[in-house]
Design a protein around this ligand. Sequence first.
Ligand code: CA
Length: 706
Amino acid sequence: MRLARATLSLVLFLGLVARAQPAAARGPAATDEGWPWNGRSLDDQRHSPLAQIDTSNVQRLGLAWEFRDFVVRGRTHRGMESNPIVIDGVMYLSGPWGVAYALDARTGRLLWRYDPQADGQYARSACCDVVSRGLAVSQGRVYAASLDGYLTALDARTGRPLWRVDTFVDRHWNYTITGAPYIAGDKVLIGNAGAEMGARGYVSAYDLSTGRLVWRFWTVPGDPKRRPDETPDVTLARRTWASDTRWDLGGGGAVWDSMAFDPTAGLVYIGVGNGDPHPRWLRSPGGGDNLFICSLVALDAATGRLKWYYQEVPGDSWDFDATTPMVLAELTLHGRRRSVIMQAAKDGFFYVLDRRTGELLRADPYTYVNWADGVDLESGRPRISARADYSHGARIVWPSPAGAHGWQPISFDPDTGLIYLPVYEAPIRIHADASAEFLPGYLNQASEGEFPPFTGADAREELRHQPAARVESRLKAWDPVRGCVAWQSSALPFGIGGTLTTAGGLVFQGTADGFLSAYDARTGRVLLHLSTGTAITAAPISYALDHVQYIAVLAGAGGPQGARYAPDVAASRFRNFERLLVFRLDGKPTPLPPPVVPPPLQPTPPAIHAEAAMLAHGEKLFREHCARCHVVGGAFGEFPNLWNLPESTLEAFDAIVRGGAFRYAGMASFADVLSAADVASIEAFIVTDERRRRAGVTAAARPAAP
Ligand code: CA
């Protein structure tokens, strides 16, 4: 009895103390803690040791401050795919085009901004929006990369450029930079994108203080008629390419995102992208593994020479880049302590390798996979299935080229021993375009596909032996030691974000429908589902200042899904723009953006008289050049709907398409590949098709005759 009363008094007392304290101090005090590295620590685990926000109080999360003052070119808002870095109370981040920002991490006040003035023409070379996936900070310098290929070292205090280098060796290929620079000891590494468009991949290492090129590693061989092999590593790779290889297509192998560094081993790790074009029979018709496409490659950090490689998808034809984020950890596997490197690859397998030797330790499917019947741990090779061979016709392949997992960062919680992994569960019906011609500045992947639903008797027969075709996402907690799912979320919208884990027992993740969620890291129970009204696909981070823990995340729709907003994403309901959202316990309500206002219906344009051949030519060119951003028939997305253009835009059509009137905003000039007659054909196709579609709608809407 006495004990019970004493306990009750103590509870009341603690309750009073809690209420008497200012909101900021509730919950255990957080020691000041930054986020100094894209993946927080050298092992890129993206796990914060902060625990002020935990499973008991995360529901109290509210907005601390927001920053919206991003560089926007024209009226086109872009995808946000990076995460901030926080050092000594300053937050550094990058936005679209590679613009760098420094903010006061307590208030969001802008300290400086560095705009590299990227050439808008390079938007045409970017397969998937003009995004940036971050920057790097070391020893008082910020390293920022621009879309058009320049790497700049900035004074972290002022944003003043200290040195700037052109990282593109040959501007005839379609290189862009969307990935973050990566620091390995006294060097800064940078790769590039472009393997969907025609490119030969490589990664370069520059001296941190001077910007001098220290080494360069080529991921695929070049045209032997044009130049000798640069290194013995290129010669080694060449043995896996047939003599009839289309060297004029570049080979691919872009290092467009993920890297890692082990200072003890003195190794850097790069993730190498797909071959170019996608179907091997069009790329290297005589066959071969085509090294080092779709491989994890370990290089000597000092020299850039090959130490080991592991090719996940030999001779890939499915766009299974090995570029997804890598995590380093110490794990006990089969009773033995191992220093491992882990990757949840696009191809649907979760790979665990000894990072010193490259020995494959585990390769387990983390989603349904039909291109391979598993991976042989002895040889390291996948058992590739004939089911996914589309050389003789369309096939339904799991996962899709979007990957079972993409660029979105993953996190590893050392307390639970689990990896928290966003997963896309969708197949694609893929077919090759054998008639595809290599054209500079075009998508040259020579493969096309559609997502479910699939129709037709062939598809029904194929699907009889497969799970129900669907397009959905899930957050999965993956046990890398046992090679199995520990828990998974319910189905989420197709666009899901990177993850953060914290010592508060939480997993944070955003989604394209505009929510920031927090899960119990052990059970997967949803503890927070906070509406922001803006798509979140970037990864959250956490830091603490003045004993307050913050969660920060970038928001904004774009990327490959930006051409057409799906009905269940935030951008279909709320105006989409770039935001940085920073949360804390007992913060304010998060303001939702204004609702979407449908663009006004423009008058039907006057008919353009064109022969059928001209219209067909216009449609072909439209699909080759324009359809990647401007959907055939029009759509609501990031870019203007060409099936609803005002008269003034139609009048200026050639000035825009060939004259480059909107080049700054990313609508590049196509004067190098399209003649005035070509542009007239494209315009005739759009206008004629628009008039036809509108007439169809009008006819359907007309009441039936009595
Ligand atoms: Ca790719």
